[in-house]
Write a protein that binds this ligand. Structure first.
Ligand SMILES: [Mn+2]
Length: 286
């Protein structure tokens, strides 16, 4: 069956935005299932209304007559994380070259570095805003430099001043990295939006690890962590980033669907549509 987002799939040439599914889980260490994330988000998107109350129009219709193109998923089975990094890089480079707005769906968090590398070629020293329970700043984890536990460390190799919010779990190596890298600011689930905005440059790539949100709202993740960002607070931050900065792409990763419940994938599908709408039509936010 052809993959669709909100029951549509535009052609690559006519689309305004492209969605790249990356069903990869190679380095997960707790609950598995992240490989099922992209398809679950696309399937759940049939439940999302095209009309966006905040924007006051249909993002995918009135706003984006070209719509979204869902790319062929990255062939992820049994590959090393470094190979996935290269494949995501090349797919996102193709989008950037054709002036498409890139949206990447994971899969585990290690898939984000290739996207940031491609985006940074067009927007050098792009800022990354990471929403995540974990700092993901290890240089290497279990012998793998492209592990999910190293996701933000890899992104920082291409990023300029950046911020992470929702962080409530880190190793001493991550704490040490933060103390000697003032370019990256880190907050837990309590943060002031203006402080986060101040930590970011003009162009912002957003990397959303769904475990950054509170597990009571977003339970379907590989490594849940109590005390996360609420939907309301997260969306309010993303809205302000869209208004004050220029969002140049984003990813949503680490959805690991729970059998028999749909809350998590519905959360993720709504989030993708919301962030796309905010990013592409900030002028409608008032
Ligand atoms: Mn992460």
């Amino acid at each position: 069956m052809e993959l669709q987002f909100l029951e549509r799939n535009a052609g690559f040439d006519s689309a305004d935005a492209c969605i790249l599914p990356v069903p990869y889980e190679g380095t997960v260490c707790f609950r598995g299932g992240a490989a099922n994330g992209p398809e679950a988000i696309l399937n759940a998107s049939v439940e999302v209304e095209e009309y966006d109350i905040e924007l006051g129009f249909e993002t995918i219709g009135d706003g984006l007559p070209g719509g979204f193109h869902v790319m062929e998923p990255v062939e992820a089975d049994k590959k090393k994380a470094s190979e996935i990094d290269r494949e995501v890089y090349s797919a996102v480079s193709r989008m950037m070259g054709a002036d498409k707005f890139p949206i990447v769906l994971g899969g585990e968090h290690s898939i984000s570095s290739g996207a940031v590398r491609a985006v940074a070629e067009k927007f050098p020293k792009v800022s990354v805003l990471q929403i995540d329970a974990h700092a993901d700043l290890r240089n290497e984890f279990q012998g793998e430099k492209y592990s999910h536990a190293c996701a933000m460390r890899r992104m920082m190799e291409y990023a300029g001043k950046s911020a992470q919010v929702g962080v409530r779990s880190m190793s001493s190596e991550c704490a040490e990295y933060l103390s000697r890298n003032p370019e990256l600011k880190s907050w837990g689930s309590e943060f002031k939006t203006e402080d986060v905005l101040g930590a970011l440059g003009e162009h912002v790539y957003i990397s959303i690890d769904l475990d950054g949100f509170d597990p009571s709202e977003m339970p379907g993740v590989g490594t849940p962590c109590p005390g996360g960002v609420s939907w309301k607070k997260g969306l309010s931050l993303l809205r302000e980033v869209a208004k004050k900065k220029k969002i140049v792409g984003f990813d949503v990763v680490e959805l690991s669907p729970i059998e028999g419940e749909v809350v998590s994938e519905i959360f993720a599908a709504n989030l993708v549509y919301k962030v796309a709408g905010y990013s592409l039509f900030p002028g409608r936010l008032g």
